[in-house]
Design a protein around this ligand. Structure first.
Ligand SMILES: [Zn+2]
Length: 243
């Protein structure tokens, strides 16, 4: 019970857009792009709002991209690492239990299968077979008690790398115009790129959730607009001190 609670807590700590252990990497990629886009479109428009030289906006956008990508990658690595270490420890405990108390571990399985509706003889037979091979026994116990497949705890490095790259991709999009044009034209291009990508992200998210595409895309666009408008207003309001 304590184990189950700790695992549930560990899962809760991980924001839902992070790549979960059961896969869902495509979903994580979309949310990574969404994070990068939202962060950098707001940052770029915030700086652009103060109307500085275009080089300043470019630098701010690049710094935002790098800082955000490292922050996302590191955060993902740290949380995923902690989760796999926690699971690893629980697996070690379970392995030890199976080795030292095979009878009570077998009875644990019997109890579980009876609860699920198997007759006692059948439950005992299944449990006996599953307990025969230590590897199968561990696999069964970890799936039943921890809810994890011990063969696929997930890769912290892989998760960190994909967070880093998807965030960078999203963050680069609204920055690109600033390498080719400047002032109002670059602002408009950033806004357009941000809006189009927000809509596209909304459509893809709707694909995952099975909700209305129009509504999800509109919501995504609205959230991005609010963030960008606020930072643009802040940039405009504070401005750049001439010194
Ligand atoms: Zn057990």
């Amino acid at each position: 019970m304590a184990i189950a609670e700790r695992l549930a807590a560990a899962r809760r700590q991980r924001p839902e857009h992070h790549r979960d252990v059961q896969g869902g990497s495509a979903r994580a990629a979309v949310f990574g792009i969404s994070d990068g886009l939202l962060t950098n479109v707001s940052l770029i428009l915030g700086v652009a709002g103060a109307n500085p030289a275009p080089g300043v906006v470019r630098l701010a956008g690049l710094a935002g991209l790098v800082a955000g990508a490292f922050s996302m990658g590191t955060g993902e690595y740290v949380s995923m690492r902690a989760q796999t270490e926690l699971l690893q420890r629980e697996l070690d405990i379970e392995r030890e239990e199976i080795r030292r108390h095979p009878v009570s571990e077998r009875n644990e399985l019997v109890g579980m299968y009876i609860k699920r509706g198997l007759r006692r003889e059948v439950a005992e037979e299944v449990a006996t077979v599953l307990m025969r091979d230590p590897a199968v026994a561990l696999d069964t116990h970890s799936r039943e008690e921890l809810g994890v497949d011990p063969q696929s705890l997930g890769s912290p490095m892989g998760a960190a790398f994909s967070s880093f790259t998807t965030f960078s991709f999203g963050a680069l999009a609204p920055l690109l115009p600033w390498f080719f044009t400047s002032s109002t034209r670059a602002v408009v291009a950033s806004v357009l790129v941000g809006a189009l990508m927000s809509i596209a992200i909304g459509v893809v998210i709707a694909q995952f959730t099975g909700r209305s595409r129009v509504r999800t895309a509109t919501r995504q666009l609205l959230l991005a607009s609010v963030a960008a408008a606020v930072t643009f207003g802040v940039g405009r309001g504070i401005g750049v001190q001439a010194s």
